[in-house]
Design a protein. Structure first.
Length: 229
């Protein structure tokens, strides 16, 4: 199946779900689904570049410069997979009324809420972050990454931002892809200090398959948000 066909199926399935006709789309042939989706393809083509908005809550009070570097690293990883990111500072100290209003509004399908926190005594030792996943068919929105865990995993002070950025991209990946892990890349189950230092940065990315699924997931959220507007 080509990526275009996958996106067409996503369009059709999303439209069917939103119209309450999911059972019919499930039993429709591939050709029928494609023809149904083709009639709506202009809607998908008219959309801006696949984009998510991340409301960032810096509860660990990470220094602004370090946090910006982490955001840039996470942005790079997602951008390489075709997904753009808009970051909103929702830590509570931003005086911009426009940003404050955006942070307080109801979470939309393309909105994610990422908290930079610190581990508690009950948090597993090697855990870098956690995503609050939802039942199948529902959009997940909330995740947390642990700044102190990133500090311990980093091989030197200058690499903390890089490790934190990896963790941010990983948890965003879970919100969009669910429980999926892979033996390599950014969605590997475990990150180790030695590997982080040895493996080239370019290899910490989503696999080609994961990138295709990310595109489908963001497209589904974008269509859901457009239809509900």
């Amino acid at each position: 199946m080509t990526r275009r066909t996958g996106l067409l199926l996503t369009v059709a399935s999303t439209l069917a779900l939103l119209s309450g006709d999911a059972s019919r789309s499930t039993h429709t042939s591939l050709g029928g689904v494609q023809r149904h989706a083709e009639s709506h393809w202009r809607t998908a083509e008219a959309l801006p570049r696949l984009r998510i908005t991340v409301r960032l809550r810096n509860w660990a009070q990470v220094q602004p410069m370090l946090l910006e570097k982490s955001q840039n690293e996470a942005t790079r990883i997602l951008r390489d997979s075709g997904v753009a990111v808009t970051w909103l500072d929702c830590s509570g100290g931003n005086p911009a009324a426009q940003v404050s209003e955006a942070c307080d509004r109801t979470v939309q399908p393309t909105d994610l809420v990422l908290t930079i926190g610190r581990k508690s005594e009950k948090t597993p030792r090697d855990l870098l972050g956690v995503a609050l996943l939802t039942p199948s068919g529902e959009f997940a929105h909330y995740a947390t990454v642990f700044h102190d865990a990133a500090v311990k995993l980093a091989w030197d002070r200058s690499s903390v931002a890089e490790v934190l950025g990896y963790a941010m991209a990983h948890e965003i990946g879970h919100l969009l892809l669910g429980h999926r892990h892979s033996p390599s890349g950014i969605m590997r189950t475990e990150l180790k200090r030695g590997e982080l230092r040895r493996i080239p940065k370019a290899r910490f990315r989503f696999t080609e398959r994961q990138a295709a699924l990310l595109g489908e997931a963001v497209l589904a959220r974008t269509l859901a948000q457009r239809v509900s507007a």
